[in-house]
Design a protein around this ligand. Structure first.
Ligand SMILES: C[S@@+](CC[C@H](N)C(=O)[O-])C[C@H]1O[C@@H](n2cnc3c(N)ncnc32)[C@H](O)[C@@H]1O
Length: 201
């Protein structure tokens, strides 16, 4: 019962429990974010988009590194508020723009972004083709999509993630789904999972 409630919160944090989870995720995933942000390698002038930004600490790291513009979307009101608070200075400067809503319904700008990334989000998509295609179309030619995902083994072994809320994707399936929509991808193992780099060809 409690495991199910936590799995639900991981998908979309809400209320008091969501506020606690936001702080927990920020701490727990900080090393993953450092690594993903290193790979994203923000440059001056880059346009970057994060799906499921959560607490917003990845976005903050990016705008501290480079004179770039970062947009993002998350459908948890708790996370949206936390991320706005954390990034307020850069929102005011016009460098960060945060949307609150469902990514699958969001109108992404076409052929616009240099980099799109997401951390611990793809398990919640019941189908990968539709979101991957939308992401591909939002990228410039040679733009890159970065994904961090926990390994299938890790998902199955954790009592919070071994739940129907999480789609059981393994790395090969994700790579194949990226290839099917026209990405050229590579990956390496990191921590409990994988970091994928998929280039729009
Ligand atoms: C497990 S949390 C990960 C948060 C953060 N990326 C991290 O790794 O610490 C998943 C986040 O993605 C958001 N999310 C999941 N599916 C989404 C969707 N379809 N549209 C928008 N946000 C989504 C949730 O609200 C939540 O903030």
């Amino acid at each position: 019962m409690i495991n199910k409630a936590i799995a639900k919160q991981l998908k979309r944090p809400t209320g008091f429990l969501g506020k606690i989870l936001s702080k927990f995720l920020k701490r727990m995933n900080s090393e993953i974010y450092v690594q993903v942000i290193k790979d994203v390698n923000a440059q001056d002038g880059d346009r970057i988009f994060e799906i499921g930004y959560g607490h917003g600490s990845g976005i903050l790291q990016l705008v501290k590194i480079a004179d770039c513009v970062v947009e993002g979307i998350d459908f948890s009101e708790v996370m949206y508020k936390d991320a706005v608070k954390l990034n307020q200075k850069y929102i005011d400067k016009g460098m960060v723009s945060l949307a609150f809503g469902e990514f699958l319904d969001y109108e992404m700008k076409s052929s616009y972004f240099d980099k799109v990334f997401c951390v611990n989000v793809i398990y919640f998509w019941d189908d990968l083709q539709v979101p991957f295609l939308r992401i591909k179309e939002s990228l410039n030619e040679n733009g890159t999509f970065f994904i961090y995902m926990d390994s299938l083994e890790d998902i199955k072994n954790s009592r919070f993630t071994n739940d129907e809320m999480f789609n059981l994707y393994d790395i090969d399936f994700v790579l194949k789904s990226l290839e099917d929509v026209g990405f050229q991808s590579s990956y390496y193992n990191y921590g409990r999972g994988h970091i994928i780099m998929a280039i729009r060809t």
